[in-house]
Design a protein around this ligand. Structure first.
Ligand SMILES: Nc1nc2c(c(=O)[nH]1)N[C@H]1C(S)=C(S)[C@@H](COP(=O)(O)OP(=O)(O)OC[C@H]3O[C@@H](n4cnc5c(=O)[nH]c(N)nc54)[C@H](O)[C@@H]3O)O[C@H]1N2
Ligand SMILES: Nc1nc2c(c(=O)[nH]1)N[C@H]1C(S)=C(S)[C@@H](COP(=O)(O)OP(=O)(O)OC[C@H]3O[C@@H](n4cnc5c(=O)[nH]c(N)nc54)[C@H](O)[C@@H]3O)O[C@H]1N2
Ligand code: SF4
Ligand SMILES: [Mo]
Length: 758
């Protein structure tokens, strides 16, 4: 049996064995990624919540009994219509995992000792104060997460930027969504997508590029499958170097060589132009062409595309001219085409250009601002959109679409936050990769890390981990044994998901409230409470005057009213009652906006069907973006591309999922997967221990073989702390979004004799 087939069988087993639940609806997509749990079991009461993990943002119902979370099921009232994936279905087990951190700890002589909150917070405050006094505000930093609640990221951002006066606020969305955020901002003038999941129910062509939707956004994949089932003429196109489960279910799979997609997207545009598959009326009314600096004519765009004729680029892409032409035809000539993409596009040194170019394809064909026709970047983490992009909690942005580098935007925020002019520094802070470099250079001397595990998730760990040792680190964690916790000087015990309250905002601008349902263990506190306490101790009690997430929401909701993100109409009461609301949502009677920039959007003037109001001239931009090859090129020494990503059962660094037996068994230990022909040419066999080396580092792991890996590319996932693949992964990044290119590292592979100690 092939490796992947074995995995699927195990998953089926997991599904049926899991917690004795009955499966109410068989999934269309084969292995039952989705479960409608109908067995009420021992549940005493059901409560509305949101899954903790991914950007799909599934509504879940939490079953409680005797003060414990005992069951989880999908909420049929929510956008996911009751469908959840295997990780979501195990949330009850998450709340019962051992090794929870329940008391603050301080590292003394290399060992952690338990201390009181008072002692931990005093030490933390002292370190931050002395660092700021001696070395200025840019010597401290916050490194946060797209899994913190909106109120938490908002508070950290406000405290550091408006209080301390440093823009050193960044987080893991930099590793994930930064390219999409910059892409939207450049194209439409504002971040966040025009369309929504509902468009899946109207599209008749899906263009999925660099997204393993089947494993990473299963309920959305299920929704695509339902669309296809009801309308069998619907076409699914998947562009991915690997024959993923998503690719295997597609009508057309283009296994492009990693790093070459820009050639494909421009070649598709070439075909649109050559064949006249463009929407001239839409272009005339709503679009302009820009070559990176200047506005240019449509003819310049057409001329630019000539270098990308399918016959010129097919070989470099590793596919045929005919395949490109076919995909271009289907994309342009459908009734409604919907593109979805994730890390295969964002985690690329051309991530922003790729995002621009994907938006281009929709703008020139008019496949936008209509039901089913839209570009929709799928979000990684549960709250990367609401919590980090929308609150402006990255080092170059400010709340609700404002930029640090823009003086007017800084002034607006200073007024809204009621701080003196000049409080917000004009220079963007460090982005993730450079933040850890700055720790290594001892420029950043004290940092607070919350809800993320960079000692495992950052690229080029061989450089990042020693750098972390040089910085005074305060780490707020739920577990005492995460890789990052080991580097902490102070460990703060954090409350998890259902142990605290806050708002999550997922991919489609939908904000949903999570209410507190159970108490955290021991003395653990919510990240929100930790931040408010820290602000007070640092002397910013006036700035962070609110005391509860709900009061914080009141402030932020009102602040949003002065922006195009306006969600003033989303009161806490409405969020409690409803299954989330999509912004813009300016008034308490507003139903929320499914499709932005269309007549249903409150910012589009009456009588207009479409307006790209994010741009001063109301025109979205089609960019002329050239292909620039990755720094990582294959050579005799490094003949294979290592690409990294996810498997359905595991969440990121595995701290939460790898401890749950069904999930751990489902995925197995992390390993390398390679095509059998590549392996044979290197004299390697299934099950061999191999040493994989890049110019960044070496790791040893087990090799498994699968026909589903394309020749020349091998895959590994990063959930296993005993298999730190990021020691090998390159830290090249996009020059504008600064998002690292996790997807492309040139490596050599040879048989290893023994497992290297990590
Ligand atoms: N099960 C699970 N689901 C998750 C997560 C998780 O940890 N586990 N995490 C969430 C988060 S934060 C994120 S960011 C998303 C990520 O969701 P995805 O981006 O869908 O997942 P990845 O596995 O990172 O990468 C997607 C695909 O990109 C392909 N790829 C690699 N290089 C290239 C290239 O050059 N071109 C193209 N076109 N494709 C390429 C890979 O082969 C891979 O199949 O998933 C979210 N959902
Ligand atoms: N090789 C490779 N590496 C990658 C990627 C890739 O595709 N390939 N993808 C990148 C991407 S897109 C992402 S988003 C990152 C994700 O990388 P990380 O954010 O580092 O990974 P997580 O495992 O999600 O880390 C969350 C941490 O927070 C802890 N935690 C959970 N809940 C709470 C809470 O409520 N409060 C606090 N304080 N802590 C909590 C968890 O135990 C865990 O240690 O990984 C990146 N790294
Ligand atoms: S798809 Fe994402 S949000 Fe939905 S249940 Fe799975 S992990 Fe949770
Ligand atoms: Mo992500």
């Amino acid at each position: 049996m092939k490796e992947d087939d074995k995995r699927l069988n195990r998953r089926d087993f997991v599904k049926f064995a899991g917690g004795g639940v009955a499966v109410g609806a068989m999934a269309l997509s084969g292995w039952g990624i989705t479960e409608l749990i109908v067995d009420e079991g021992p549940v005493a009461s059901w409560h509305k919540s949101v899954c903790r993990y991914c950007g799909t943002g599934c509504g879940v119902m939490v079953g409680k009994r005797d003060g414990d979370v005992v069951r989880i099921r999908g909420d049929v009232e929510a956008h996911n219509k009751g469908v959840i994936c295997i990780k979501g279905s195990k949330l009850a087990e998450l709340t019962k995992l051992p090794n929870r951190l329940s008391q603050p700890k301080i590292k003394k002589n290399g060992r952690f000792v338990e201390v009181s909150w008072e002692e931990a917070m005093q030490l933390m405050t002292g370190k931050f104060q002395s660092s700021i006094e001696e070395n200025g505000p840019d010597s401290v930093a916050f490194y946060g997460s797209g899994q913190l609640y909106i109120e938490e990221s908002y508070t950290a951002n406000k405290l550091f930027k408006a209080g301390f006066g440093t823009n050193n606020v960044d987080g893991n969305p930099r590793l994930c969504m930064a390219s999409a955020a910059v892409g939207y901002t450049q194209t439409f003038g504002k971040d966040e997508p025009p369309g929504a999941y509902e468009d899946i129910d109207h599209a008749d062509c899906f263009f999925l590029i660099g997204s393993n939707t089947y494993e990473c956004h299963p309920p959305l994949w299920e929704r695509i499958m339902i669309r296809k089932k009801v309308h069998p003429e619907t076409k699914i196109i998947v562009v991915d170097p690997r024959r993923t489960m998503t690719a295997r279910h597609a009508d057309i799979h283009l296994p492009v060589i990693p790093g070459t997609d820009m050639l494909l997207l421009n070649a598709m545009a070439y075909e649109f132009v050559r064949n006249g598959w463009i929407d001239k009326d839409f272009i005339r009314k709503h679009v302009k062409f820009v070559d990176g600096k200047e506005t240019v004519a449509y003819e310049d765009f057409a001329r630019f595309l000539e270098d990308y004729a399918p016959k010129k680029v097919a070989d470099t892409l590793g596919i045929t001219k005919r395949q490109i032409e076919e995909v271009a035809y289907l994309f342009a000539n459908s009734k409604a085409t919907m593109s979805m993409w994730t890390m295969g596009i964002n985690q690329r040194s051309q991530g922003v250009f790729l995002n621009n170019t994907l938006n281009n394809l929709h703008l020139i064909t008019g496949h936008i601002c209509r039901p089913g026709a839209t570009p929709l970047s799928l979000t990684g983490q549960s709250n990367a959109c609401g919590g980090v992009r929308d609150t402006g909690s990255l080092s170059h942005i400010l709340p609700n679409g404002r930029l640090v580098a823009n003086e007017k935007h800084r002034r607006e925020m200073e007024e809204l936050w009621n701080v003196p002019e000049g409080s917000i520094a004009p220079n963007p802070g460090y982005d993730a990769v450079n933040l850890f470099k700055a720790m290594g250079d001892e420029k950043v001397k004290a940092a607070l890390i919350m809800c993320t595990n960079p000692a495992q998730s950052m690229p080029n760990l061989g450089e990042v981990r020693p750098a972390m040792e040089k910085c005074f680190l305060v780490v707020a964690e739920i577990f005492e044994n995460s890789e990052t916790a080991q580097y902490a000087d102070i460990l703060l015990p954090a409350a998890l998901w259902a142990e605290k309250e806050g708002v999550y905002g997922q991919s489609e601008r939908r904000y949903q409230l999570i209410e507190k349902m159970i108490d955290p263990p021991g003395e653990a506190r919510s990240d929100f409470d930790i931040l408010v306490d820290f602000a007070n101790r640092m002397g910013y009690g006036d700035l962070i005057a609110y005391k509860t997430p709900s009061e914080c929401w009141e402030e932020y909701r009102k602040i949003s009213a002065s922006s195009y993100y306006n969600f003033e109409g989303m009161t806490r009461e409405r969020l409690k009652e409803l299954r989330g609301l999509q912004w813009p949502c300016p008034t308490t009677d507003h139903p929320g906006t499914v499709r932005r920039f269309t007549s249903e959007d409150p910012f589009v003037p009456e009588g207009k069907d479409v307006e790209f109001y994010g741009k001063p001239d109301k025109r979205a931009v089609v960019f002329l973006r050239p292909y620039i090859p990755s720094n990582e090129q294959l050579s005799e020494e490094a003949p294979i591309y290592l690409t990294t990503g996810r498997v359905v059962e595991q969440w990121h660094t595995g701290t939460m999922t790898d401890k749950i037996p069904d999930l751990r068994e489902g995925s197995g230990r992390a390993h390398f997967i390679m095509n059998p022909v590549d392996a044979a040419m290197m004299d390697l066999e299934d099950g061999d221990l191999v040493e994989v080396t890049s110019q960044y580092g070496t790791i040893t792991g087990q090799l498994k073989l699968s026909e589903n890996e394309t020749r020349g590319t091998m895959f590994a996932s990063f959930y296993d702390s005993q298999f730190l693949v990021n020691l090998v992964v390159a830290d090249n990044y996009d020059p504008v979004s600064k998002e690292p290119e996790y997807k492309i590292t040139a490596v050599s592979v040879k048989k290893a004799t023994k497992l290297e100690k990590l």
